[in-house]
Design a protein around this ligand. Structure first.
Ligand code: CU
Length: 386
């Protein structure tokens, strides 16, 4: 056997054994193993998009074969060695009309069904429910504007453990495609989605719904879907939005109406129970315990769990002079961000209890404990600094 052939065989063997060893499975609601086609989808729009995709691809494929077939045949059949002479005619009315009219007809034939689907995608009228979606670096915020869950709002953050991301643990089935909270909607209802962003451009994409809408700061864009089957569907941010662009997945749970109503009731009760009172005095222990959770959900991606940051990109908080200095300066940075850097303004996403808790946490975590000024920051300090 030739040497190179043996090399090819061993590489193939290696690839095959990796594929077997890794035991990759289909991700329910997400991509399938070796999936090449678009997902079947659970909305009319998704099915229309799939049909259009194949229609247009087929037309383009036939044109490709036709044009290149004629070209290669002509080159082969009229080659010089056969004694062919180049013809020298100029202007041919019949040919010129044909190559104008035929492509025009093809373009119109392709545009008609495509336009019908694009118009249907943009028709958000007479919806049953409206949800506002806000893109943040790097998570999604959801707010129910009407319907049984009216007033319910929450953030959906990546829930894949850091240990899997840092290769300290084997990767799970839903690696980077799972969130702590799901957008929950009723089945067979027209859900209008109003999309915006708080920092940079993101894009809210759920392939199974045939939905992909840019989230642009300062603008409201809307789209819609009507999921025909209950289940969990997964998507991702589809507009490059910075370091953790790949870490802000979308999980949508479609429930039967009665289950959705029960979920809405439960969320409202939970929100009432968790409503934070910014006038309450908290103990240091309470603030630190709450702050640790806020830190894990909002700060850990850049400043890291050990507070050391990422040298050259994101500053350490462990031993940082703002964190150890007067509380007002740190509150100002956390509430309003630091212009010209990646430090976002968290005043719009977190309430005053969460802000005070996370600031208190950073002042008492790692080697900062007992070193700085103002070790305990109360929610009312955050209110005053807004
Ligand atoms: Cu994004």
């Amino acid at each position: 056997m030739k040497k190179w052939w043996r090399g090819v065989l061993s590489v193939c063997g290696l690839l095959f054994s990796c594929a077997v060893g890794a035991k990759v499975e289909n991700m329910p609601g997400g991509p399938k193993v070796d999936q090449l086609n678009l997902p079947e989808g659970v909305t009319q729009i998704a099915q229309d998009v799939m049909w259009l995709h194949w229609l247009l691809l087929t037309i383009c494929g036939l044109i490709f074969i036709g044009v290149f077939g004629v070209m290669f045949y002509s080159i082969w059949a009229h080659r010089k060695s056969r004694g062919h002479q180049a013809s020298t005619f100029h202007e041919h009315l019949g040919v010129e009309v044909a190559w104008t009219v035929i492509p025009f007809i093809i373009v119109i034939a392709m545009a008609l069904p495509a336009t019908r689907t694009v118009v249907a995608m943009k028709d958000t009228s007479s919806s049953d429910m409206t949800v506002k979606v806000t893109g943040y670096q790097w998570k999604w915020g959801y707010e129910y504007l009407d319907g049984p869950a009216s007033g319910v709002k929450f953030l959906a953050t990546l829930s894949t453990p850091r240990a899997q991301i840092e290769n300290r643990e084997p990767k799970g089935l839903y690696y980077l495609m799972e969130t702590d909270n799901h957008l929950v909607v009723p089945v067979d209802k027209k859900i209008r989605v109003v999309v915006t962003a708080a920092d940079v451009i993101h894009s809210w994409m759920v392939p199974d719904f045939g939905v992909k809408q840019d989230a642009i700061p300062g603008f409201l864009r809307d789209t819609w879907f009507r999921a025909e089957k209950p289940g969990i569907y997964r998507g991702q941010c589809a507009e490059l939005c910075g370091k953790d662009h790949a870490f802000m997945p979308i999980v949508v749970e479609v429930l039967p109406q009665d289950k959705f109503d029960a979920w809405a009731e439960e969320q409202k009760k939970k929100m009432a129970a968790n409503a934070d009172d910014p006038n309450k005095e908290w103990t240091a222990e309470e603030l630190i315990a709450r702050g640790e959770k806020v830190y894990a959900a909002n700060c850990v991606a850049c400043h890291q769990a050990n507070g050391k940051g990422v040298p050259g990109s994101f500053p350490a908080l462990d031993g940082d002079k703002t964190v150890l200095g007067p509380k007002d300066a740190q509150l100002d940075v956390v509430l309003h961000g630091r212009p010209g850097t990646a430090m976002a303004a968290f005043g719009g996403q977190l309430n005053d209890v969460e802000i005070a808790a996370v600031v208190t946490y950073t002042r008492n975590a790692w080697s900062n404990a007992g070193k700085g000024e103002d070790p305990v920051v109360q929610p009312k300090d955050s209110v005053a600094k807004r």
